[in-house]
Design a binder for this molecule. Structure first.
Ligand SMILES: Cc1cc2nc3c(=O)[nH]c(=O)nc-3n(C[C@H](O)[C@H](O)[C@H](O)COP(=O)(O)OP(=O)(O)OC[C@H]3O[C@@H](n4cnc5c(N)ncnc54)[C@H](O)[C@@H]3O)c2cc1C
Length: 568
């Protein structure tokens, strides 16, 4: 291959398509004698995707700002882009445990009128078709398991995962070894907490001098609601219930066609109370009288969960190294204040494509040429959008109210007032988790946090409005062949049974939104030990991020396994 893209999300699909277009433009200019350089010609371009089809592992809200898609394909609507509906109304609600207050003016970052409500999974499926029409090779069910380097640490491609290994590590009848896809340029667009991006960033120190990345977990359901309960085109963002004031969190409700509603809740994975369960927070959110009213007599039709990079501009790693570029969420391009990353992911992919054209033109795939990618990002509207809100998330370390004052100040001063609030995440999110003192976090809950005490009572799962994790996983259509080695590597299970049980009460049982981790009594020893139900995994990467001992390593399972987010 000439160029290999890892991950078929909006970033890489836009990148591959733009690369094709830009090469064509370049070669035409050379033919017409306008550009005095060499032609690039047909490149072999591949996209590898771990899901069983393009879009299978794509989960988003999603309200899409069409800025980048319009640049990529000005006639995207005429070309059949499957947008669901246009946003016609916005609202911001503050929720107490029983009441709702509607902001008299929707804060500007949350204004979405004229933007599109979409299923990002569907849009990616469609973009995948466009890529195939353009002659790009797409390989679903091909997880990239390893980055390949030469002896100078330049990236030379990726190795895909083996197929047909049984749970004891032995080859089955259908065994197929992974393949080495060698490429002049490799682009990592694996989304939040990419497993290869994690390896690469650590090996090459691409986060050196950068702020700690901050993540949140978004838990989402699609519902069919009763006609008239929620208007098509309506977009609501909420703050308040059920999060306590020390925890970053908020909800959304988007009205789609045919009375379908996208509803979800985001919880920052830098919470201090180890007893928080983001899935339970979402279930509790739905019990709020104003939300339950919308869902009453409705039907849940789909479930999913995925992490989001909410760290912002200062948490962007270096975006290039020899032979490799990082795009989209893997490069922390998301605007946390707007909860939007689709447009910035696509734009970053397009700028990566333009950089790659330059690299082929000069036949130089080293940092000398690839560094221009970071310059292009910093000269584009990505920078204009992300820089003014660079400490939006960091400010939440001081609690919700200080953060909101900070957000207002940033907005009024276009980001110049950053000195008032922490501009960085002083520690990674998992280090903020407090150890338990009995059944409460050591530091207590704070005076205004009576809401947090709710979380010590179990959410009643009534299977009408609220669902337990196992039921939800069923609605995520999650499937992995169980006869394969677990892709969730717990490096020291002794810690789980001893220190973690005492210090944090095994938070993996709560932060995982798919009931993967369970502490089970070993009947022989009487000890509670960790059981990993890896086949439930929705590939959200929360465990890799939030474990306080950092002993869970998420690696790619056999290709095709995981959720099926068609239409999400
Ligand atoms: C709950 C939630 C709500 C959101 N709401 C909105 C919204 O309303 N508006 C908005 O603009 N943004 C929203 N976002 C953010 C937006 O979805 C992301 O910013 C965007 O999808 C990032 O695109 P990406 O291409 O970088 O990565 P992704 O969309 O994550 O795509 C990555 C792809 O790479 C594949 N992959 C990963 N690793 C490998 C590997 N090793 N080998 C092969 N394939 C691999 C994955 O399976 C996936 O298909 C939301 C995100 C979440 C989680």
């Amino acid at each position: 291959m000439d160029v290999v893209f890892v991950g078929a999300g909006p970033a890489n699909l836009a990148a591959a398509l733009h690369l094709k277009n830009e090469i064509k433009k370049h070669d035409e200019l050379v033919d017409r004698g306008i550009k005095h350089t060499k032609k690039i010609g047909d490149l072999e371009i591949a996209i590898v995707e771990k899901g069983s089809f393009i879009g299978a592992h794509i989960l988003s809200g999603a309200v899409m700002d069409p800025l980048a898609l319009r640049e990529l394909m000005p006639d995207f609507l005429d070309q059949g882009c499957p947008v669901d509906t246009v946003v016609t109304e916005d609202a911001a609600w503050y929720l107490t445990s029983t009441k709702k207050f509607t902001a008299p003016i929707t804060p500007p970052p949350l204004r979405n009128k004229g933007k599109y409500i979409i299923s990002l999974s569907k849009v990616c499926e469609w973009l995948g078709e466009k890529c195939e029409e353009a002659g790009i090779n797409i390989f679903p069910e091909f997880p990239a398991a390893e980055v390949l380097y030469d002896d100078r640490d330049a990236v030379i491609g990726v190795r895909t995962g083996d197929k047909g290994i049984d749970k004891d590590g032995k080859k089955k009848a259908n065994y197929e070894p992974g393949v080495d896809l060698l490429a002049k340029v490799t682009v990592l667009g694996e989304g939040s907490r990419g497993s290869l991006a994690k390896q690469l960033i650590a090996r090459l120190g691409l986060d050196h001098g950068k702020d700690h990345q901050a993540y949140s977990l978004g838990v989402k359901e699609l519902w069919e609601v009763s006609a008239g309960n929620f208007a098509e085109g309506m977009v609501v963002h909420t703050l308040g219930f059920p999060s306590d004031t020390q925890t970053y969190g908020g909800g959304w409700i988007y009205g789609m066609k045919n009375n379908v509603v996208s509803i979800g809740y985001v919880t920052g994975l830098d919470y201090v109370d180890p007893l928080i369960d983001p899935h339970a927070e979402f279930q509790r959110f739905k019990t709020h009288p104003e939300i339950a009213k919308i869902l009453a007599r409705g039907k849940m039709i789909k479930y999913g969960a995925k992490t989001i990079n909410t760290g912002g501009y200062y948490t962007m790693p270096r975006l290039y190294a020899d032979g490799v570029l990082l795009v989209g969420d893997s490069a922390s391009m998301l605007n946390g204040q707007r909860i939007k990353g689709i447009h910035t992911a696509m734009k970053s992919g397009m700028l990566a494509a333009e950089t790659i054209v330059g690299a082929f033109e000069h036949e130089d795939f080293s940092v000398r040429t690839l560094k221009h990618f970071e310059e292009k990002v910093n000269m584009s509207w990505i920078y204009d959008e992300l820089y003014p809100v660079r400490n939006f998330h960091a400010a939440f370390q001081k609690g919700r109210w200080s953060a909101l004052i900070n957000t207002g100040l940033q907005f009024l001063t276009r980001g110049l007032a950053w000195g008032f609030m922490p501009k960085e995440h002083h520690v990674p999110g998992y280090e903020r988790m407090q150890q338990l003192n009995g059944d409460r976090p050591r530091g207590g809950l704070g005076p205004s946090d009576h809401l947090a005490t709710d979380r010590y009572q179990r959410v009643p799962f009534d299977k009408e409005i609220t669902f337990d994790k196992v039921t939800d996983v069923f609605y995520g259509a999650v499937a992995h062949d169980e006869d394969q080695p677990s892709h969730l590597h717990v490096l020291d299970t002794e810690i789980c049974a001893t220190r973690c049980a005492e210090e944090y009460g095994n938070p993996c049982q709560r932060f995982c939104p798919a009931a993967v981790y369970e502490m089970e009594e070993n009947s022989a020893t009487g000890r509670r030990e960790l059981k990993v139900n890896f086949s439930n995994c929705v590939h959200c990467k929360t465990c890799d991020i939030a474990d306080p001992y950092q002993i869970i390593n998420w690696v790619t399972p056999e290709g095709g396994g995981g959720p099926n987010y068609k239409g999400m």
